[in-house]
Write a protein of this length. Structure first.
Length: 572
């Protein structure tokens, strides 16, 4: 029975100080229970009284403690239904109930049955007392100390538990997070990993703000939690990514689970601040895999979105993105070795003045040498861009081109990239190289691809301005490919524009011709020279010349060569 009313000796008024500390008395002698209550009736610990629960056997204690771990102290007799029942109860509490916090005070009236040194050495207890020497004062001190110990442990446990929750729970949705998933995966076997990536979630944040986005994520988490089935575990591992772990589930069961999620969200919309949101997911399924589950799921999401969003993609080793990764690793190593071994070289394609009928300048085009093979930049430039090696290639190209053009008067152009325009030291490098080879800056033309989003590149306009101040010319390459804003072109103070080859090689088509005519009209009115690239035959060249385009470049003039084609008029 539980008793937590203590009577003041001078009055019958009940004193209730705070939530009581629960004390369990385990002893087969009813008199011991009465004496214990009397000795401890005035004890309070940290402004909280004690409440007592009495049981009269180890068996009763086991049954009680199986469903209640809130007791602070247990006063346990050794000899009850058996000679070591109390000690066995202690072992049960620690090893089977896995309760390390309950403070246990062993009391015995038959110390010979359980010698003090042996008990202290072999059992996790707080104190050991012989009943013959355990007077009221000693019992009071022993229980007070044990209760203080329990309070300290409880506080540490509570703080640790709160910290652990912060570590394993997503702060927005309160679902388990990536850290917890990584923990759980170490203990799991035969699992299927299903990644749910919310389609176009960044658009919600961009269009409506993070408040709306956070609301949607909470709603998504709530719906997914309701759809969670037995044997599945749900995690929120990133801003817009959830993971469902399915243990021992067949492919058919996983497909049914995904289908139920799709149907639920297809038939639902979320409304917040009078805005309706319809949510879809791209799903990645990783089955029968034990390593790199996150990476494989990410690759599967990318593979799915090569086609569209709102799709399901199972991971397999022959996915395009997987092949691309292997290819990228291969070419990343090739590029690094080529740069180190000085195997990135320029090829030179002449640019022909349609008025003077002379070659006046050259475009320097990157090539890689490998085992007597000349490798086109189409093979390696995208990898160089993805891996941050483009700037190193630009530096190598400028250095090697300057070595060739220092001994003549031709102008020459090299392509520069987003990476170069973001580099605050790029203009200094250009100036230093030109001075080193004693090349007049006006002879160098730096070509910027039109698809570079110049407004969004930090330092880009600053660098372009610095290049103009050095005296270099700046040109726009592939004009028309991205329909660059004309006002933006004027703002860049370009010296020349190179018309995208698609329009030039299709000049016989009326629409392409009209497009080129509009570019010519614009350029002539603002005083910018035009270069037509991809001039592939005489008929195209004649149209280019007829339209009044100043320069031609293409295989009709000359293919790119490892040396300068100095023929005065290659068309004569």
């Amino acid at each position: 029975m539980e008793n937590f009313l203590f009577q003041n000796e001078d009055t019958t008024e009940t004193i209730v100080l705070g939530k009581p500390w629960k004390i369990l008395i385990v002893d087969d002698d009813p008199g011991v229970h009465d004496v214990t209550r009397l000795a401890l009736k005035s004890l309070s610990v940290r402004d909280r009284p004690l409440s007592f629960t009495s049981v009269y056997s180890a068996k009763e204690a086991r049954e009680l403690l199986e469903g209640d771990d809130s007791f602070a102290v247990a006063l346990v007799d050794v000899v009850m239904e058996t000679a070591h029942a109390g000690l066995e109860l202690t072992q049960y509490i620690r090893e089977e109930l896995l309760n390390p916090h309950l403070r246990i005070i062993i009391r015995t009236g038959q110390s010979g049955q359980a010698p003090e040194k042996y008990v202290i050495d072999h059992y996790d207890i707080n104190d050991y007392k012989d009943k013959t020497e355990l007077n009221a004062d000693k019992l009071y001190s022993s229980v007070k100390l044990a209760t203080h110990n329990f309070a300290d442990l409880a506080q540490v446990h509570s703080e640790n538990e709160a910290l652990y929750k912060k570590i394993i729970l997503h702060p927005l949705t309160n679902l388990y997070n990536r850290h917890k998933l990584q923990e759980d995966l170490k203990e799991m076997k035969n699992v299927s990993f299903v990644l749910l990536n919310v389609d176009r979630f960044s658009h919600i944040n961009d269009l409506y703000g993070y408040g709306q986005g956070n609301y949607i994520l909470k709603e998504i988490a709530g719906v997914l939690k309701l759809l969670e089935k037995k044997g599945n575990r749900l995690y929120h591992i990133g801003i817009d990514e959830f993971v469902l772990i399915c243990e021992s589930s067949s492919s058919e069961v996983i497909d049914d689970t995904i289908l139920s999620i799709q149907k639920k969200f297809q038939n639902s919309s979320f409304t917040h601040n009078e805005i309706d949101f319809n949510i879809t997911f791209t799903f990645a399924i990783v089955e029968n895999e034990h390593e790199n589950l996150f990476n494989k799921a990410d690759l599967s999401i990318k593979e799915a979105r090569l086609i569209s969003s709102n799709r399901v993609q199972r991971y397999h080793q022959d996915m395009k993105v997987q092949r691309d990764v292997i290819n990228n690793i291969k070419w990343f190593k090739e590029i690094k070795h080529a740069l180190k071994e000085d195997r990135i070289i320029p090829y030179f394609q002449p640019i022909y003045n349609n008025k003077t009928k002379k070659i006046e300048k050259y475009e320097c085009l990157a090539r890689m040498l490998k085992n007597n093979e000349v490798i086109s930049p189409v093979v390696f430039l995208n990898v160089a861009e993805e891996t941050g090696l483009l700037s190193s290639i630009t530096h190598a190209m400028l250095e090697k081109s300057a070595q060739v053009f220092k001994d003549n008067d031709f102008s020459f152009s090299i392509n520069i990239t987003n990476h170069d325009l973001q580099d605050e030291y790029f203009s200094s490098f250009v100036e230093k190289t030109l001075k080193q080879y004693k090349i007049e800056p006006s002879r160098l033309i730096l070509e910027i691809l039109e698809n570079n989003s110049l407004d969004s590149i930090p330092n880009s306009r600053k660098n372009i301005s610095a290049l103009h101040q050095i005296g270099c010319s700046v040109a726009l390459d592939d004009f028309g490919a991205q329909c660059q804003n004309f006002a933006n072109i004027l703002d860049l103070k370009l010296n020349s524009i190179k018309i995208d080859g698609y329009f030039i090689k299709n000049l016989k088509d009326a629409v392409s011709r009209k497009m080129v005519e509009s570019m010519v009209y614009f350029a002539k009115n603002v005083g910018i020279d035009l270069v037509a690239e991809f001039v592939c035959d005489k008929e195209i060249y004649d149209i280019v010349d007829e339209l009044g385009i100043e320069y031609s470049q293409g295989y009709y003039i000359s293919e790119p060569l490892p040396y300068l084609n100095k023929k005065n008029n290659p068309l004569s």
